[in-house]
Structures are given as structure tokens and as C-alpha cells.
Design a protein around this ligand. Structure first.
Ligand SMILES: [Ca+2]
Length: 241
């Protein structure tokens, strides 16, 4: 298509980040030499991803496009392809869908609210659905911590469309002081399910129940250990099958 002015560099894709995560988590990838001022689409493993910010190239055909890893993909390495409608280019690095996504974790797709959250440290409610089970004494930026709450603290996940859910996996804050000793999952259909003591080392505890179609679930802490200072969760997964 170029005429006279020398060679045109081919469109390219680079900088996939992060390179792994759960279905519903966010990632971004950069493109250059695509068509200028064009909308971009992204597929992961051949499945269309929801495109967030950066979904249109600038005047030089560059963009850093964020996207949501689609649900329904098998765990493992998946090809990421960006298209401007004319060129479709694969990322040289594949996205690794981590375990948990294959069974459809819809928690990262939810709007998350909580009784309190620690804004000053970044231990926010949304960190309970960021795809990472890390937390203090590891990386505290991946967990939800309340402001001195114990029993009575709550975290609520809401979806714009009904989700058929059948289990929830809860990950306590990994530190040895804070521990949930009991809780309740309350669903938008009026039903509720008891949550047992969570593992104090932050490993996942699965609560399974009869499948139900819901638009929200609220986890309420009903009991906390005596040494608890700021109850919270490093992660919560809501599974659809
Ligand atoms: Ca987390």
C-alpha cells in the first residue's frame, strides 16, 4: 500500500502485561504501526475480550489497550490477537490462564463494596478479586483489609446480570494474627450459606452449595480470632460450575 515514501513498518504487538491471570482479570498489550485512529479488538484463545481503555489507536497507529480475560477458556497458554479491522497481529507472548478460570470465576467481573477498606495502604475491597491470593506478610497490595473490624465486617459482590453460582472459595489474609473463624454468604435470592473457619495461612477454603442464579453475594464475618486486628480476605472466588 505504501507508495514512494519508503517501507512502512509492519504492525506489531508487544508488552503483554501481566502475562497470566484468572478469567475476568485485566491485562494490557501495546500495539504500533496499526491504522491510525482505529478501534481495536482483542481475542484471547480465539474468544473476544472486552476492551477497556486504550481501545483506539493514536494518530501514529499506537495504543496500549487494556482488556478483560474472557471466561470459558481452558487453563494454560492462550494466544492474544489484536486487530484494527485490517491487520490482526498476535502477541509474541501468550497469556497464561491460571487455574480457577476454567470453572468460571465470576468474582473479578463483579462490582465490589465492603463495610470498610484501608485506602491509605491500598488494601481495598477490589483487591479481594484481583486474581492474586497474596497478602501481608507477603505483598499486602493484593488483599482486602478492614479498618479495625472483626465480626460484622462484610464484602459484597454484585453483577449486572444473573450468575449461576455453585461454590465460593475464600482465602483468609495470610498473616497469623487475622483470621476468619466463621461467616455467612448471603445471596440476592434471599438464600444464605454458612462459611466455616478459614485457613489461617491464607490457603483457599471452598464452600459448595446447590447452584443458584444470583446478582449478588455478600460475605459477612460472624466470628474472628482473638488476635485479629483488621479482618479481611486476600481473595474470594465465585465459581459458576
Ligand atoms: Ca487478592
Amino acid at each position: 500500500m505504501a507508495s514512494g515514501g519508503g517501507s512502512v513498518p509492519p504492525p506489531s504487538v508487544s508488552g503483554l502485561s501481566p502475562t497470566s491471570g484468572l478469567a475476568g482479570s485485566s491485562a494490557q498489550v501495546s500495539v504500533s504501526n496499526f491504522l491510525p485512529s482505529h478501534g481495536l479488538s482483542v481475542t484471547v484463545g480465539g474468544v473476544a475480550a472486552t476492551v477497556g481503555s486504550g481501545g483506539t489507536t493514536d494518530g501514529s497507529g499506537s495504543a496500549t489497550v487494556s482488556f478483560t480475560v474472557p471466561a470459558g477458556l481452558s487453563a494454560g497458554d492462550q494466544l492474544v490477537v489484536v486487530s484494527d479491522g485490517t491487520s490482526s497481529v498476535s502477541s509474541p507472548v501468550r497469556f497464561t490462564v491460571v487455574s480457577g478460570s476454567s470453572s468460571g470465576n465470576v468474582a473479578p467481573l463483579a462490582t465490589v463494596t465492603a463495610s470498610t477498606e484501608n485506602v491509605s495502604t491500598g488494601q481495598l475491597a477490589v483487591k479481594a478479586v484481583d486474581g492474586s491470593t497474596d497478602g501481608y506478610p507477603g505483598d499486602y497490595s493484593h488483599e482486602w483489609a478492614t479498618l479495625g473490624e472483626k465480626a460484622g465486617a462484610w464484602l459484597s459482590l454484585g453483577w449486572s446480570s444473573p450468575q449461576m453460582v455453585s461454590s465460593v472459595v475464600l482465602f483468609d489474609r495470610p498473616n497469623s494474627d487475622d483470621q476468619v473463624l466463621g461467616g455467612t454468604l448471603s445471596f440476592s435470592d434471599g438464600s444464605s450459606v454458612s462459611v466455616p473457619s478459614l485457613s489461617n495461612d491464607g490457603s483457599g477454603v471452598t464452600v459448595s452449595f446447590a447452584p443458584r442464579s444470583v446478582t449478588s453475594v455478600t460475605f459477612t464475618v460472624t466470628s474472628a480470632s482473638a488476635t485479629t486486628k483488621n479482618i479481611g480476605l486476600s481473595e474470594i472466588q465465585v465459581l459458576t460450575n
